[in-house]
Design a binder for this molecule. Structure first.
Ligand SMILES: [Zn+2]
Length: 315
């Protein structure tokens, strides 16, 4: 089990331009304090290099990468009402994507069976040519594209359990049949995409699974969608690598959405994915997305890592 992060991820701070922004460095500090208290659950910690530009360019066209770099070089600024990049944000974003790449290399090489990337800015809302929803580059998509283009894999399964639809990842792989993308999310909130009827396009038809849930949804519904719809499809797909867009904003304490999961719910979801991935012979890597109630976020990350490592849920 390997844990990936980099101090640069603490230097991106949307509060510099957007007052009271919930996506703030304290999120990583809360996670790391909770893990330190538990001796990191026995996981090996790795400080990861920046992503190479060629890694970003597999999913984001050059003008998007250059626009973010130049905005940061010029001192930064708000990109939209939710999304900000400051002077240090390009560096942070490179290390966020770089962590996902380093984890993927490690998993594919068999150095670890499971990994967790505690990184920010998050990624799953970043579309090919557009930063949005706190996200600059799509970290999990960059990692999946690396696995397929450079590491010899043919099938990658991305499970997005953030409470918001992973519109960026969905768009990036919409036309492809070598990435199965499944998202469980609260319907009717940001970003407004992710209808059940949207199952991908062209050769990617059937390789996108969108499962919106209503406000107030609890663990039983999330778990049943995962067990009854997502995992059977993934079993048929026979993934060689599982990547989780691991947001924790479906927790009942989260201020940005209205679902009612507990930290233990993330342990249950992590455990069933771990069992399934064991059957497929595929390693699992999780990449942090949302989660804005700090104690709930920290507790949920600990629970998820315990599950991925095959340990019981910490009380
Ligand atoms: Zn979210």
């Amino acid at each position: 089990m390997q844990y990936f992060s980099h101090p640069a991820c603490l230097e991106h701070d949307p509060r510099q331009g957007l007052h009271g922004h919930p996506e703030q460095p304290g999120r990583l500090r809360a996670i790391e304090a909770a893990l330190a208290e538990r001796d990191w659950l026995g996981w090996e910690r790795r400080e990861t290099p920046a992503a190479r530009e060629e890694d970003l360019l597999r999913v984001h066209p050059t003008p998007h990468v250059e626009a973010i770099r130049e905005l940061c070089r010029a001192g930064g600024g708000a990109i939209d009402a939710d999304t900000f990049a400051g002077e240090r944000s390009y560096e942070a974003a490179l290390h966020a994507a770089g962590s996902a790449c380093a984890m993927t290399r490690s998993l594919v090489a068999g150095e670890a069976k499971t990994g967790f990337c505690a990184v920010r800015p998050p990624g799953h809302h970043a579309e090919p040519e557009r930063a949005m929803g706190f996200c600059l580059f799509d970290n999990v998509a960059v990692a999946a594209a690396l696995a397929l283009a450079e590491l010899g894999l043919e099938r990658v399964f991305i499970l997005d359990w953030d409470v918001h639809h992973g519109n960026g990842t969905a768009e990036i792989f919409r036309h492809r049949d070598d990435v199965l993308f499944a998202s469980i999310h609260q319907g009717g909130i940001f970003p407004g995409t992710g209808a059940r009827e949207d199952t991908g396009s062209g050769p990617g038809e059937g390789y996108t699974i969108n499962l919106p849930v209503p406000a107030g949804s609890e663990e039983a519904l999330w778990l049943s969608l995962l067990e009854d719809e997502v995992l059977p499809a993934a079993t048929e797909f026979r993934p060689q690598l599982v990547l989780i867009s691991a947001g924790f904003d479906a927790h009942r304490d989260d201020p940005l959405a209205n679902c009612r999961l507990e930290a233990s719910s993330f342990h249950r979801m992590g455990s069933v994915v771990r069992d399934a991935a064991g059957d497929w012979g595929a390693p699992i890597g999780a990449v942090l997305e949302g989660g804005y109630a700090l104690p709930a976020l920290a507790e949920s990350v600990v629970a998820t890592m315990a599950a991925l490592g095959g340990e019981p849920c910490p009380s």
